[in-house]
Design a protein around this ligand. Structure first.
Ligand SMILES: NC(=O)c1ccc[n+]([C@@H]2O[C@H](COP(=O)([O-])OP(=O)(O)OC[C@H]3O[C@@H](n4cnc5c(N)ncnc54)[C@H](O)[C@@H]3O)[C@@H](O)[C@H]2O)c1
Ligand SMILES: [Zn+2]
Length: 380
């Protein structure tokens, strides 16, 4: 398969090396106008199906359709409702039936134009239809550009938990247009930024230091800073996914801040009072604080994490979570129910320092309970 990376200076390309399933992540400004031209050399299909949501379609769908038509693709589009509620069986069924009606063959690619919700449900639909269609991610939120569009995890939610119904199905290209972030609400940008910080904390102290200097620019809309942040994040995620595509080991590092974060989200009822990235920000601060408490990590590093997240306006502890009566007991209950529990012990991503995250499968639930009880009690 040929590369989507035409040699223009406005874009950067990160290759994700997965053997026969390898693909390029292209990061640039204005890529929504180039989707057709970039895909033409690598896709033989005369037609494509674009999937977008009701917020993103009015902003970017016409531009994507124009570029596809200019490149000679016959294009059909399907618009799904915006929001997490779309990630269920009813919407998946509706989506796949609408795509079938449009007319598809084994080589017909789906193009996911939107945030992580569109990416996840489109990827899953692609994996299921005709036992596997190719698909392309055109992520339009910071979170989806730095996280969900890369790596091939697709899913919808069960009544009993998030992302429980899904497939590994890698995209054949990712086109991340940082220009689309200009229309994204600043709270959503900050939530995605938490995942950017995560990559610095997991394995790249120099990137974290760069973010300390440039995080405000990334959050406030500086296109060059955004390009660098997205590219570095995709490189980090791509490397981890290439080493451990199916999360047998190292890929779990990507859950830094997420075991705490998922418990907070569950307690908040997955509502708008706490976005995923906000929960992850608190979760990362807690993971570093616990690491320091256990003597794994210098307390100064835990302080730096809190200072940086707070500097860009992300929550870092229970004092910032004004909604909800938090209970350590309830949070630990969620954590022991999480997918990442083995033999009753909690698997947590802790750290020896900034850029040195480690997977610990041996953390006693009691230790976590005491630690969280103190953190909750410190709330004014
Ligand atoms: N597959 C994975 O590996 C993976 C990883 C992380 C998260 N996820 C999933 O991603 C989802 C969250 O993704 P998200 O944060 O992108 O949420 P989202 O897709 O719901 O997008 C957030 C909101 O922004 C709107 N929007 C999107 N792009 C816009 C733009 N450019 N301008 C204006 N509005 C825009 C959307 O319509 C939506 O209302 C969750 O379902 C989560 O489970 C998946
Ligand atoms: Zn996340």
């Amino acid at each position: 398969m040929r590369s989507v990376a035409a040699a223009t200076p406005r874009v950067d390309v990160q290759h994700v090396d997965l053997g026969a399933r390898s693909y390029d992540v292209v990061v640039g400004d204005g890529l929504v106008d180039e989707v057709g031209g970039r895909l033409r050399p690598m896709l033989s299909s005369p037609r494509v199906v674009v999937v977008s949501d009701a917020n993103v379609a009015p902003l970017y769908l016409a531009r994507v359709e124009r570029s596809l038509a200019a490149a000679g693709f016959a294009c059909s589009s399907v618009v799904v409702p915006a929001g997490e509620g779309t990630k269920d069986f009813a919407h998946l069924e509706d989506l796949v039936e609408r795509i079938v009606v449009v007319g598809i063959e084994r080589t017909t690619p789906l193009i996911a134009l939107g945030g992580g919700v569109v990416g996840d449900i489109t990827g899953l639909a692609a994996g299921l239809l005709l036992r596997g269609l190719p698909y392309v991610q055109v992520p339009t939120t910071l979170l989806s550009q730095v996280d969900s569009a890369v790596g091939g995890k697709t899913a919808i939610n069960s009544r009993h938990g998030k992302n429980l119904i899904g497939l590994f199905h890698q995209p054949c290209a990712v086109l991340a247009d940082v220009g689309t972030l200009a229309t994204l609400e600043s709270r959503q940008v900050r939530a995605g930024y938490a995942e950017v910080v995560k990559y610095g904390l997991i394995g790249n102290a120099a990137f974290f230091a760069w973010l300390e200097r440039n995080g405000a620019a990334v959050c406030s809309g500086d296109v060059d800073a955004r390009r660098r942040a997205v590219l570095t994040s995709c490189a980090a995620k791509g490397a981890i996914v290439a080493a451990d595509e199916r999360e047998a080991g190292e890929r779990a590092l990507l859950n830094l801040g997420h075991t705490f974060g998922h418990a907070l989200e569950a307690e908040a009822g997955y509502s708008d009072t706490l976005l995923h990235g906000e929960a992850v920000a608190v979760g990362m601060a807690l993971a570093f604080a616990l690491s320091a408490r256990l003597g794994l990590c210098p307390p100064g590093d835990a302080d730096r994490v809190v200072r940086h997240l707070a500097a860009v306006g992300l929550p870092t502890g229970f004092a910032d979570l004004v909604h909800g009566a938090w209970s350590a007991e309830a949070l630990v209950r969620h954590m022991t129910r999480d997918k990442k529990v083995q033999d009753g012990r909690i698997t947590l991503i802790l750290a020896h320092g900034i850029g040195q995250a480690v997977i610990r499968r041996d953390v006693e639930a009691d230790t976590v309970r005491h630690f969280l009880a103190e953190a909750v009690a410190a709330r004014p």
